[in-house]
Design a protein. Structure first.
Length: 144
């Protein structure tokens, strides 16, 4: 069994040397509370045409459709998030997925839709509740 290291140097190397199918999973963002309740999932990999809201940074509060996902640099590009270059041409600003919350999912893909429906059907595991302690028989006989 492969052991996943907690050393920062090795974690960084993992990011730099990851394959494309591994990078996709690392490019996940949290879901909005409504989607969390509906699909019973905390986060999902971001895809093109998902709608997301920026939570931190210079563009806080802007909500837009995901135009492009850059797996090489671990960044997203949202509609309406641009900056002007010195010559005046607009340029898309890359956003890290940890700074984003997905508000609407693109469910055109049949496999993604089926996986989310399957996750929604599975009930959450009940949290164990502490039952009140019952007095032992010895204490009952002493009191009587």
């Amino acid at each position: 069994m492969a052991r996943i290291s907690t050393k920062p140097r090795e974690r960084r190397k993992l990011l730099y040397t990851a394959h494309i199918h591994q990078r996709r999973k690392m490019l996940a963002a949290m879901l909005s509370p409504e989607l969390k309740d509906k699909f019973n999932v905390k986060s999902l990999p971001v895809r093109k045409n998902d709608t997301a809201r920026i939570l931190r940074g210079d563009f806080t509060g802007i909500e837009g459709k995901v135009i492009r996902v850059d797996y090489k640099n671990y960044r997203l590009f949202l509609e309406g998030v641009t900056r002007e270059k010195t010559d005046g041409t607009p340029v898309q600003v890359p956003i890290h997925p940890s700074k984003v919350m997905i508000t609407k999912l693109n469910l055109d893909d049949k496999l993604r839709r089926e996986a989310l429906e399957k996750a929604a059907e599975v009930p959450e595991a009940p949290t164990p509740t502490k039952e009140p302690e019952k007095p032992s028989e010895e204490t009952e006989t002493k009191e009587a």
